[in-house]
Design a binder for this molecule. Structure first.
Ligand SMILES: [Fe+2]
Length: 280
């Protein structure tokens, strides 16, 4: 327990120091301190919660990286970083109240996060002009699509957070932080067809346990920014995630499906990461 606490403390301190070194903007480390203060009382719930804290800090870093690639101002980069830091704020109450991160079995953690920000007064620590943008980024980060009614500025920040979140989730599947258990099944034809047509998969469309892999692979079809595609390509998250699943299944049909999808989805990522006309 002491070791875990010390590791955690070390992680926080490193995150704060890196934040200051990377950005040189005091606001960002203030936001990080606010986040770490908020999560302090939830650390008692153990490794699952610590995993979410680490995920959140990486998402924040990815938000900064994508913002840099877009040439955003220092203030807007700080706002994107804050949106990244707060995007999963609902996860902590979700775990406390339901002991699960499964939204279908508990509550929409994006909507809960927006409620938490208002109820706990956390949103008041940020400039009032940014409240709507932050709340929308948090509320909609986990929706299949952003609402049409969202204005261009809110769409930009929500899009950055959604990209950063998806990239880190792919990383977690590759590094073993998350596992997709297929229970001997193969992907269903409609889901496989959608992936083959480069379409993202909605949770409501799932037919088999193996279709869960399709949701994650389909994340790349919902990415918004060229830098996001570059990060996926540079780390070969698609190839590596497929290799992980290939090593864990004995289902020959699933193996053949994954082998066929690997070059197809990799090629999509390659093209989008080189496409200068796409949204930078
Ligand atoms: Fe989330």
């Amino acid at each position: 327990m002491d070791l875990e606490f010390n590791n955690c403390r070390c992680f926080y301190l490193t995150a704060i120091v890196l934040s200051i070194l990377r950005t040189g903007v005091a606001f960002m480390s203030d936001a990080l301190k606010e986040f770490l203060n908020y999560t302090e009382s939830y650390k008692q719930y153990g490794e699952k919660v610590l995993l979410k804290i680490r995920h959140t800090v990486r998402v924040r870093d990815l938000c900064i990286e994508i913002s840099d690639s877009l040439g955003l101002s220092g203030d807007d980069t700080a706002l994107a970083a804050a949106c990244g830091l707060l995007h999963d704020i609902g996860r902590f109450e979700q775990w406390k109240q339901y002991q699960t991160f499964n939204d279908q079995r508990s509550v929409d953690h994006g909507a809960l996060g927006a409620e938490v920000l208002c109820a706990d007064g956390l949103i008041g620590r940020f400039s009032e002009t940014d409240h709507g943008t932050i709340l929308n980024a948090v509320k909609y980060h986990n929706r299949f699509m952003l609402p049409d009614a969202l204005n261009a500025r809110d769409r930009l920040f929500a899009g950055i957070v959604r990209d950063a979140d998806k990239i880190d989730i792919l990383r977690l599947y590759v590094t073993g932080g998350l596992v997709c258990r297929t229970k001997g099944t193969a992907m269903s034809d409609p889901v496989l067809g959608a992936l083959s047509e480069c379409r993202a998969i909605q949770r409501e469309s799932l037919n088999t346990k193996a279709d869960e892999i399709a949701i994650r692979l389909g994340f790349v079809f919902g990415l918004n920014h060229r830098r996001s595609f570059e990060i996926v390509r540079e780390n070969d998250y698609i190839g590596r995630m497929i290799d992980v699943q290939l090593s864990e299944t004995a289902n020959e049909t699933l193996k053949a499906q994954l082998e066929a999808l690997k070059p197809r989805i990799r090629r999509y990522v390659d093209i989008r990461s080189l496409d200068r006309s796409a949204a930078d």
